[in-house]
Design a protein around this ligand. Structure first.
Ligand code: NAD
Length: 474
């Protein structure tokens, strides 16, 4: 197991004067260190990316496609090592870490298949007008701690394919698998094209202010997203912001209660609820509410929580102390306000950041657990009896990332899907992301898109070329 991993700058190991400690959230103990980059280290990474840009952007598109596909192959070849690192730093069960690494490989391969469109808007005797898409330059990418590898690949693959060079900063809580990936990819990606830097809280703001970046692609919380937008303003950087969510589920009485409860359980609690598009509020029809709550409570009691490295673990810890304290504060707030709090699951004792699966029985709509993004294994269930009321309550949020609808009536589901303020709506399943389908939040869940060809285009500038043709004199 690696207990120190360097950064990648210009295709080589890069170190810094100071180091950050990395904890295993299942034990709370330090097990590795990484460089804590200073402003000069970031400058070196930006300079390397800038120097690599002319050759990389001039490389034929098919050549870049081949390299992005090989990124996918390299990730897949490293799945064993990468998934163990990921479980150790992030906490997720090993099977889910393998799933994340395999998904990252799949995303790179699918992205490599995208064509960069050229749109001919006029082709007449007078004019030929066509719009092409050209790279931006050096992109800064900032990723969070819940899916460190997958969400970094969501940026690396399209940014490089479009012809940009990149400086990526993973979260200081989960840098190891991404740093190791940086080492593995040196065999595949030319020096300077992909640089990976790590550092503490100072490093993100240094990136968003840095005049060397043409764009910042950021995934993280809405609160940080606002700061990123402010700090990118003086240099008018392009921005993609993938931010927080408070995704509603609406469950109608015509569902199979047991099967739907199980699917909704995983929609809410996969990765111990630390998923941007997790179900974070469940509106359940009055006619089945009690039985649905009973089915979820039963499941919570059966699903083993523990160290993700141990066989049989299905739910891991909260990834870091700050988030652990936040989730516990939300549960305490519910207790203090007299909500019925059902600690339905069990969590291992010890020094790890474990919170048992917790259900909150029909708290008021204006309570913190309903209004705020919990990002942990706690879910409020809310009663409804009228479709209109459910839609209105689902939409009454500053967020608009995703939503789910559970019913056997497809017409009803589609009618409601049209009215939900959400960038993704899933019917009778949750978390069903695809590299081909555009993804992005409405309202304060984000600005811009990732995935699909629209996600690729976010890493480009458009260039419209107009040719004036000879026109025969009349
Ligand atoms: P965070 O906002 O705390 O941190 C995200 C990243 O930003 C980290 O790399 C962090 O070091 C960096 N950062 C922190 N302060 C910064 C600043 N001022 N300027 C620039 N960078 C800064 O988020 P997190 O706690 O790592 O992740 C959890 C949040 O991310 C949740 O709200 C979740 O919903 C959201 N998220 C959204 C998506 C999506 O695609 N919409 C995906 C995953 C997570």
């Amino acid at each position: 197991m690696n207990d120190y991993l360097p950064m990648t700058i210009n295709g080589e190991d890069a170190h810094a004067l100071h180091r950050l400690e990395i904890l295993n959230p299942a034990s709370g103990e330090t097990f590795a260190t990484v460089p804590d980059a200073a402003a000069e280290d970031l400058d070196m990474a930006v300079a390397a990316a800038r120097a690599a840009f002319p050759a990389w952007s001039a490389r034929p598109y098919a050549g870049r496609q081949a390299i992005v596909a090989r990124i996918g192959d390299t990730i897949m070849a490293g799945i064993e090592e990468l998934s163990h690192l990921l479980t150790r730093e992030q906490g997720k069960p090993i099977g889910q870490a393998q799933f994340e690494i395999a998904a990252a490989a799949q995303w790179a391969q699918a992205t490599a298949g995208f064509a960069l469109p050229v749109t001919v808007v006029e082709d007449s005797p007078e004019h030929r007008v066509e719009t092409r898409h050209v790279p931006l330059g050096v992109v800064g990418a900032i990723s969070p701690w819940n899916f460190p590898v997958l969400l970094s690949i969501w940026k690396i693959a399209p940014a490089l394919l479009a012809g940009n060079t990149l400086v990526l900063k993973p979260s200081p809580f989960t840098p190891l698998a991404v740093l190791r990936l940086g080492q593995l990819l040196r065999e595949v990606v030319p020096a300077g094209v992909l640089n990976i830097v790590t550092g503490g809280d100072h490093l993100g703001p240094l990136m968003t202010r840095h005049a060397g970046f043409a764009k910042i692609s950021f995934t993280g919380s809405t609160a940080t997203g606002r700061q990123v937008m402010g700090s990118a303003a003086p240099t008018l950087k392009r921005l993609t912001l993938e931010l927080g969510g408070n995704d509603p589920a609406i469950v109608f009485p015509d569902v199979d209660i047991e099967k739907t409860a199980e699917k909704l359980f995983w929609s809410a609690f996969t990765n111990s609820g630390q998923v941007c598009v997790a179900t974070k509020r469940a509106y359940v029809h009055d006619a089945i509410y009690d039985r649905f709550l009973g089915a979820l409570t039963k499941l919570a009691g059966q699903v083993p929580m523990g160290d993700g490295a141990e066989q049989g673990t299905a739910l891991g810890p909260i990834q870091n102390r700050l988030q652990y304290d936040r989730v516990r504060a939300l549960i305490d707030d519910s207790r203090e306000n007299g909500h019925r709090v059902i600690a339905a699951g069990t969590a291992p004792a010890g020094t790890g950041y474990f919170v048992p699966v917790t259900l909150i029985d029909n708290p008021p709509e204006d309570s913190r657990i309903v209004r705020e993004e919990q990002f942990g294994p706690v879910l409020p269930l809310l009663r409804f009896s009228d479709e209109e009321d459910a839609v209105a309550r689902a939409n009454a949020s500053e967020y608009g990332l995703a939503a789910t609808i559970w019913t056997s009536d497809e017409d009803r589901a589609l009618r409601i899907a049209d009215r939900l303020d959400a960038g993704s709506v899933w019917i009778n399943e949750g978390l069903a992301l695809s590299p081909l389908a555009v993804f992005g939040g409405h309202k304060q869940s984000g600005v811009g898109k990732e995935n699909g060809v629209p996600g690729l285009l976010e890493f480009t500038n458009s260039r419209t070329v107009t040719i004036r043709r000879q026109v025969a004199a009349v």
